[in-house]
Design a protein around this ligand. Sequence first.
Ligand code: TYD
Length: 136
Amino acid sequence: MKSRLVNFQQHGDKRGMLVALESNKEIPFAIKRVYYLYDTKIGVHRGFHAHKSLEQILICISGECCIHLDDGKETQEVILNKPYEGLYIANDIWREMYNFSSNAVLLVLASELYNEADYIRDYKEFLQSVNQEENT
Ligand code: TYD
């Protein structure tokens, strides 16, 4: 599975905590876009797509949520609930986000600008595309 949890360095003192993230340092790509999900309603599942080339780091900077990952061969469930922990997701990984706590803020750092053409939103098409790549 081309995904991994990354622990970021925490700068802490008696005032509290701080995490700093820079392109091509803590984040393994140049950050071109930042977005975040918040006020996600109870029971909502979202995502349901893979990306052809986009890489992302997901950080639940407040609260908790779960991420379902699927590379066409194996699946993995990841709980994100630490503001100093990032989930790196490479291209060609199907993801779904669920179990958002009411205070969850899911921050996403992305390697590309928003481009609908980079999305695969059909699960069957995703399986075909990863299997095709394997046979080339
Ligand atoms: P959507 O792709 O449905 O989010 P998710 O995959 O997390 O379920 O995106 C919701 C809306 O936000 C949709 O109208 C597209 C828009 N959007 C942008 O304009 N820019 C972005 O960077 C993203 C991620 C979404």
